[in-house]
Design a binder for this molecule. Structure first.
Ligand code: MG
Length: 372
């Protein structure tokens, strides 16, 4: 069953409040959404690439280019629209995991909708409620940070991830811990530190952190292992993990006591499930990380978060926390304080709405294409 057509949309949403990470401050967020139409069903996949190449090299524009020129044509001419066949078909294309992940997610959703199964079941999970974590960015002041973490804790979020960077680490974290002794905290550095900061990071260990996430650059897993030998808190890897092979390597050197699994970063749901399975075998706790997903991306993450080794709160909170309108119907909301549940409907169970601005749209069919 060949897909009838594949549509790419670049969509933009307004944040409920500005967000700042170590690179920049955002008031709007832009995503690419892929829709695959086949056999009367439509599968949807949201690309996790951002507008800027700071978290990794991909952007919404590079993802669009890869999808339009290379990935979508491969799928349009294939007789097998399964996500596995697609991944096999683009194996010769290096990198660009987020672009691949978007189309791969749409194919998973298509398959689940066609089979009448919720996506979580299709992935090997069970329809169960999932604990939710929140993320707080770099705030204008320590008082505002403490207030934001307090709000998240009071709303029932099972852990709060606080963004840190050199100059915004020890004092803000100590203030949060002093005000909120019981909140489970992850300090997420987004690779901002180097070997010269080992003592500083080890010095955070008396704060009872659940984890220090991605302290060092992506390739510096030995440095992460060196930090792990000095702290009780887990070193959690995020940017370092783009494949199962990366997790195996990090685990081998002792750098990987917790894994943040991001669908886009690892090239799609199939690799995310493989990483999950390895973590489960090795006793490494994991959770689903987010990149400020719109609604469709949140429903995708939630399906993955129902797998059994996702034992820590995942980044699958309600989008109303982050967006004025998230472009999906239904919108993901808490089912109880700190918890969310997948929909019983087939696939993601959600549709794209016109609540987000479509800034670019392109529909491709097989007879338009040259395959590279
Ligand atoms: Mg992170």
């Amino acid at each position: 069953m060949r897909p009838d057509q594949i549509t790419l949309r670049m969509v933009r949403a307004r944040l409920a409040r500005p967000f700042e990470n170590r690179w920049q401050r955002f008031e709007t967020w832009t995503k690419v959404v892929v829709q695959v139409d086949a056999g009367g069903h439509s599968g949807l996949g949201e690309c996790t690439a951002m507008e800027t190449p700071f978290y990794n090299y991909e952007t919404v524009d590079t993802a669009w280019h890869l999808l339009e020129t290379y990935l979508v044509p491969l799928v349009l001419v294939s007789d097998d629209p399964s996500p596995q066949a697609a991944a096999e078909g683009w194996r010769h294309i290096d990198g660009h995991e987020e672009a691949k992940g978007a189309l791969e997610c749409a194919l998973w959703d298509l398959r689940a909708r066609a089979s009448g199964q919720p996506l979580c079941v299709e992935l090997g999970g069970v329809p169960r409620r999932v604990p939710v974590g929140a993320t707080v960015g770099i705030e204008a002041s320590i008082d505002e940070l403490v207030a934001a973490v307090e709000r998240a804790g009071a709303a029932g979020y099972g852990r709060v991830r606080v963004k840190i960077r050199p100059g915004w680490d020890t004092a803000p974290l100590r203030a949060v811990r002093a005000a909120l002794p019981d909140v489970r905290l992850i300090a997420d550095a987004n690779a901002a530190y180097g070997a010269e900061h080992l003592d500083l990071l080890a010095g955070l260990d008396d704060l009872g952190l659940l984890a220090i996430e991605q302290p060092f650059a992506r390739s510096e897993v030995e440095l992460a292992a060196a930090l792990q030998t000095r702290i009780e808190a887990a070193v959690c890897l995020d940017e370092s993990i783009k494949s199962l092979a990366d997790v195996r390597r990090a685990h081998r050197v002792g750098a990987c006591r917790m894994v943040n699994i991001k669908v886009g970063r690892v090239g799609g749901l199939a690799e995310a499930v493989r990483i999950h399975d390895f973590c489960r075998e090795q006793g490494i706790p994991s959770f689903v990380g987010g990149k400020y997903e719109f609604g469709l991306g949140r429903w995708t993450n939630l399906a993955l978060a129902t797998l059994p080794n996702m034992t820590l709160p995942s980044d699958v909170g309600p989008s109303s926390r982050y967006y004025v309108e998230d472009g999906a119907s239904p919108t993901l909301a808490l089912s109880a304080p700190g918890w969310v549940e997948p929909l019983a409907a087939a696939g993601l169970g959600a549709q794209l709405t016109d609540g987000v601005e479509v800034v670019r749209e392109l529909t491709l069919t097989a007879n338009q294409l040259a395959v590279h």
